[in-house]
Structure formats: C-alpha cells, structure tokens
Design a protein around this ligand. Structure first.
Ligand SMILES: C=C(O[C@@H]1C=C(C(=O)O)C=C[C@H]1O)C(=O)O
Length: 361
C-alpha cells in the first residue's frame, strides 16, 4: 500500500470523524432535553433498561466489522457523557482505585462520572443511604469463593436497595518489580484473590508465605515498594503501577466470575429477564424454611441462589436466608407469592428487582 493511499484513506476518516462528532453532539443535545423533561417529571436520569434496549437495537443493526464488545465500550462512554450532561451523578465503590469493583463500576457507568472510592463495603452503603452518592457498587459473590459476607450483612440491616448487577470475568495476575518468580519471597493480596488462586500458589510457590491485604490495589502498592513482595491483582492495575507480570490467569478455575450489585433508590421496571433478591428470617422450627420455599416451587418460580447468614442479633443460631428469584417483583406470580409470604411472615425484605446482566466476551 503506497503512502498516498494511506493519506487518501485518512482523509476519508477525517471527514467521517467530523460527521461522527456532529452527530454525537446532536445526540447529546437531545439527551439534555430529555434530562430537562425528566427533571420536571421528577424522574431519575439513569435508565439502565433504556440503555440496554438502545444497545440491543444497535447489536441487531450492526453488520460489522465493528466487534460487539467495541460497540458496547463506545456506547458505555456515550451513555456516561449523556447522563453527566443531564445531571451530575456520583457513584461510590469499594475501593481503592484500580480494584475489580472499580472495573465493574466503570463497566456499568462509563468513565465520565465522578467516582468515590470507599474504604469498606459498609461505607459504600452509607454513602448511598446518606445520598452523598446516587449509586454504589459492591461485590456480592464469586463463582469460586462464594459469597461476600460484609455485603450480605449490610443488605440485612441497611435501608438501601439494589437496582442492578454487574457480572465480570476475573483474571488474576501475579506481578512483582522484576517479573521473576525466583524473587518472590511473599505473596500479598485480598483474601478472596488469595483463596481463588490457592492451588496454583501451593503448586508453584510452596512454602512461600501469603499475606492478606485490604484490597488487591494495596497489595500492588506493597509490591511496588518492596522487591520481595509479589501481588495478585488485575494486570491493568499492576502494570499501571510499574509492576512486571510473572504469570497471568493464575486462578484455580479459568471461569472465574464475580457478580457485583448496584445500590441505589432507582426501581427498574420489568424487562422480561429480571432477578429479584429477597431476604427473610425464619423461626428455628421444623418446616419453617420449607413453608416459604414451597410457595415458590408451587408457582414454578425458579430460585437461582439461596444463601444463609447468621443474624448477628441478640439470639444466636437464628439465620437470615437470601434468595434470588428469576423474575420481577411486579410480575403477577412473584408479587402474589411475596404477598402470601408476607402475610405469614413479617420478616421479609425485598432487596430489589433488576435486569439480569449478560456476560460479554
Ligand atoms: C437520554 C436518556 O437518559 C440516559 C441516557 C441514555 C442515552 O444516552 O441514550 C439512555 C438512558 C438514560 O440512562 C434517556 O433516558 O433516554
């Protein structure tokens, strides 16, 4: 290919970019008008359902070569900028910056918004409860390690509801200053990450001590300051800090997915592919749990998850049960079922109904 053809093609691209920019600005001004109408109607700016429908329509229209993942990434930022133009939204997340939770928050909200990094999951709930942030992002479960206790404990007591979920594939990378395995004298990471790589560490680094840190980002900072330390974190986080990769994808199972919850007061309408999270407390007596589960079973309502946690109240050995149902609280069957449960048992809380997230990639 001659340089004159490159120049010609670049001239085409320049012309297209000018058109794309003009169209983007037109889109933004419509979005601003929508924002003003929502404002006068007292509606929330963020409408995840509408965003999903916009994306689904574009996916159908797209006949390539633009890959779907790129289309989604571009629109994530367009939505992010478009929401920002309507109203400033703040999103709190379990930080610090660079953690997997941060990645999940950016995946959902784009990068244009102000994010607040919180030191604990509890703090994220407080930021949303006190309206310092409209939304919060916290981890709820991992496909290898199971549930995140602090999030479950907060869901029991907090008044904050859940309005969405984000599922992302997690790949752990071992990194240090040199990129050499023989320099590793200690491995640091968040307890969940250490647990997800347990067998690999036992096989490849037997006898090397493991030390828990409050986040993967803190572990990466430690590795940056000390050549004996290797951190397990996301590759982007480590390499951004100047660490070198020793080994990628060291999690014990390659299919390692973490689900995060979006906290907020928004109540998304039914989409046909929803999940409802509830928590209830039962008496410690025969059949108490069965009587509730039977009501779902009788109506053919699928339960995708059940999790019990100690109540941590005045009475030991009392349990709270977290259940995820397929469907929306406004779907007739589910609302009827929940009403029946609530009639018999007042200790039921609907944490939220929200669209199920489909995992891309
Ligand atoms: C513009 C809107 O507001 C937000 C931005 C959207 C967009 O840019 O397409 C879609 C949904 C909302 O989160 C809207 O509700 O249509």
């Amino acid at each position: 290919m001659t340089s004159s053809t490159i120049d010609e093609l670049r001239a085409e691209i320049d012309a297209l970019d000018a058109t794309i920019l003009r169209l983007l600005n037109q889109r933004m001004s419509f979005s601003r008008q929508i924002g003003q109408s929502k404002n006068s109607l007292g509606q929330s700016v963020f409408d995840p359902d509408r965003e999903e429908r916009v994306l689904a329509r574009l996916r159908d229209l797209n006949d390539g070569p633009l890959p779907e993942i790129t289309l989604r990434a571009i629109y994530r930022e367009i939505f992010s900028g478009s929401r920002l133009l309507q109203e400033p939204i703040t999103v709190a997340f379990f930080g610090p910056a660079g953690t997997y939770t941060h990645e999940a928050a950016r995946e959902r909200f784009g990068r244009s918004l102000p994010f607040t990094a919180c030191e604990s999951i509890t703090e994220v709930f407080h930021e949303v409860a006190q309206a310092r942030a409209q939304f919060g992002v916290v981890p709820i479960e991992n496909s290898i390690e199971g549930s995140v206790s602090e999030t479950h404990d907060m869901l029991m007591t907090s008044t904050v509801g859940v309005c969405g979920e984000i599922a992302i594939r997690i790949s752990h990378t071992l990194m240090n200053l040199s990129g050499k395995m023989e320099d590793v004298k200690i491995v640091m990471s968040h307890p969940q990450a250490l647990a997800q790589c347990r067998s690999w560490l036992a096989r490849k680094l037997p006898g090397i001590p493991l030390q828990e840190t409050s986040s993967t980002a803190v572990a990466a900072e430690k590795a940056r300051a000390d050549s004996r330390v290797a951190a397990i974190a996301s590759e982007t986080l480590g390499t951004d800090l100047g660490l070198k990769v020793i080994r990628k994808g060291i999690q014990d199972r390659q299919e390692n997915i973490t689900r995060f919850l979006v906290l907020g007061t928004l109540k998304p309408p039914p989409t046909g592919k929803d999940r409802t999270s509830i928590v209830f407390w039962t008496e410690n007596e025969p059949g108490a749990l069965f009587r509730i589960l039977e009501k779902f079973s009788r109506r053919g309502i699928n339960l995708s998850r059940i999790e019990s946690r100690p109540e941590k109240g005045s009475m030991p050995w009392r349990y709270a049960f977290f259940v995820d149902l397929d469907g929306h609280r406004d779907d007739p069957q589910i609302s009827e079922c929940l009403a029946e449960i609530m009639k018999e048992n007042r200790l039921v809380k609907v944490i939220g109904s929200f669209p199920k997230q489909t995992l891309l990639q």
